[in-house]
Design a binder for this molecule. Structure first.
Ligand code: SAM
Length: 223
């Protein structure tokens, strides 16, 4: 899997790329992440990527030329299947199922919008699908692109130290992950459920199974 980010804020990804899971997996060749600065695809001396909207209205719109130039030049260097995605609040809502679906492509191009969004002709002519990470408006697609990548890469075999942890996660197994506890046994008056110390693996498994079926409850307010 090869992720290609198109953005006017490449520096936003530097902290993300330093996380241990990503660094280790990229070094092991499990996937790659390439960050492309959209301003490198402009051809005016101000390296401008935006312009005023036709018909008037507030804000600026990302111009088609640098976006299409970037999509075409990145695509031309790739072999294998490619999916070109625009992160957009109007897109299909992101989910674990969507993450699994997109893993079948060898290359993803993730176009991060800014300002009031991008020229519609880019979406119509050069984008395969739009994806939203939630029903709210971000200032740009960069954080949304990180959400997509982080959800996807943890499903790539070898990325997580312990593949079993992936299997029991909420969302991947159609129900809810049971609660987890670690030392100390008692913390500020809150104790770990007794069953977890029983040594009875069948009883623990059945307690966990029962916990998986509990709907998530709103937590009572802290004093
Ligand atoms: C300020 S938003 C533009 C919103 C646009 N005017 C609208 O109402 O649809 C700028 C960029 O942030 C990204 N973005 C905003 N909300 C998003 C969301 N919920 N999911 C994915 N990307 C989002 C998109 O790339 C968008 O082009």
């Amino acid at each position: 899997m090869d992720f290609n980010l198109l953005t006017i804020f490449p520096e936003m990804f530097s902290g993300f790329l330093k996380s241990q899971i990503l660094r280790r997996s990229i070094a092991a060749g499990l996937f790659q992440i390439h960050i492309h600065d959209l301003r490198e695809f402009t051809n005016d001396k101000h390296r401008s990527v935006d312009d005023t909207p036709y018909g008037g209205g507030p804000g600026m719109i990302m111009k088609p030329e640098p976006l299409v130039h970037a999509i075409e030049s990145v695509s031309a260097k790739k072999s294998g299947t490619i999916r070109r995605i625009y992160l957009s609040p109007k897109g299909k809502l992101w989910s674990q199922t969507e993450a699994t679906r997109l893993l079948k492509y060898e290359n993803l191009i993730l176009l991060c919008g800014r300002y009031q969004g991008i020229d519609q002709r880019v979406i119509d002519g050069w984008i395969d699908e739009e994806i939203s990470i939630g029903n709210y408006i971000l200032s740009g697609g960069e954080i949304a692109a990180m959400v997509l990548m982080e959800t996807m890469v943890r499903q790539i075999p070898g990325v997580l130290g312990n593949q079993a942890s992936l299997k029991q996660e909420t969302g991947s197994d159609a129900d809810i992950e049971p609660p987890h506890y670690t030392r100390p046994r008692e913390f500020r008056g809150r104790v770990v459920p007794e069953i977890l110390f029983s040594g009875n693996h069948d009883a623990i498994a059945s307690w966990r199974q029962q916990q998986r079926q509990q709907p998530t409850k709103p937590k009572s307010k802290r004093k």
